[in-house]
Design a protein around this ligand. Structure first.
Ligand SMILES: C[S@@+](CC[C@H](N)C(=O)[O-])C[C@H]1O[C@@H](n2cnc3c(N)ncnc32)[C@H](O)[C@@H]1O
Length: 256
């Protein structure tokens, strides 16, 4: 017999396994909301873009692996790059294209672009989502021309990162719950070694949201959501921190 109660129940959000890429489809409406579930990605994109110098030649290419909805794009304005984004998630790529990114649907572990095509490769908040992250590193380095720059940020494979980035951050409105699988977090030493194997001397530094700015933003966001408004005012800056134990940036040039 058909269960009438179940049939009549409103469809709730589906619960997917941790790091299931279908989460990005379910969250498609969040990417460009400054107070949405991906808010922190905007702050990180600005900090990552700050590592990218202006292009030194016409037609310079920046390949943005795991570009999502193209949040890096506004922060590259005026730097002189063609911005090509590669991602698995079609719903995100549609939005990236609306923000001026030339999009390629594909896997960052096997990128359908030629070797040596990129002046800059960016891998923002990607490696910790890919079980075979060394293959992403190999692809990033393959895409770089000699002298090209790799920039990235990711989460370290530490107990502190699992506490802060999963148990704490995923309870806050800035990070979607279940988006991370902590088993995939990326040991900073292993990442540096893997980049070196592929000719990139990667430097790393810890980063975090500036604490006062984060608290002020969370309070403004809570007040605004009570009144149904969109919060206004400055967003937290991402600042360097001494420890790489949680979130870290990496950058390095490919040897000639
Ligand atoms: C946390 S989001 C980061 C998006 C973007 N880099 C940003 O910082 O706004 C991770 C992105 O990686 C994409 N992704 C995950 N695994 C991937 C893979 N193997 N190849 C390409 N993209 C992947 C997801 O679809 C998602 O858009």
């Amino acid at each position: 017999m058909r269960d009438v109660a179940a049939a009549a129940a409103p469809a709730g959000p589906r619960v997917l396994p941790r790091n299931d890429p279908r989460q990005y489809d379910d969250l498609a409406g969040e990417w460009w909301r400054p107070d949405g579930a991906f808010a922190m990605l905007h702050w990180l994109a600005e900090a990552r873009a700050a590592l990218v110098p202006p292009a030194t030649r016409p037609d310079a290419l920046l390949v943005d692996l795991g570009c999502g909805a193209g949040l890096l794009a506004p922060h590259l304005t005026g730097k002189g790059y063609r911005h090509v984004g590669v991602d698995l998630t079609h719903s995100a790529l549609v939005q990236a294209a609306e923000h001026g990114v030339r999009v390629v649907q594909g896997d960052a572990t096997a990128v359908p672009l030629p070797a040596g095509c990129a002046d800059v490769v960016s891998a923002g908040e990607l490696l910790e989502h890919v079980p075979a992250w060394p293959r992403v590193v190999a692809e990033a380095c393959r895409l770089l021309r000699p002298g090209g720059l790799l920039v990235l940020d990711t989460l370290n494979d530490t107990a502190l990162a699992r506490l802060v980035a999963v148990r704490i951050a995923e309870r806050m409105p800035t990070v979607p719950r279940g988006i991370h699988d902590p088993r995939l977090f990326v040991d900073a030493g292993a990442l540096v070694a893997e980049c070196a194997r592929h000719g990139v001397d990667l430097r790393v530094r810890g980063v975090r949201p500036q604490a006062g700015g984060l608290v002020a933003w969370l309070l403004r966001r809570a007040r605004a959501s009570r009144s149904g408004a969109t919060p206004t005012g400055p967003v937290p800056r991402i600042v360097p921190t001494r420890s790489t134990a949680v979130l870290y940036q990496g950058w390095g040039v490919r040897n000639g």
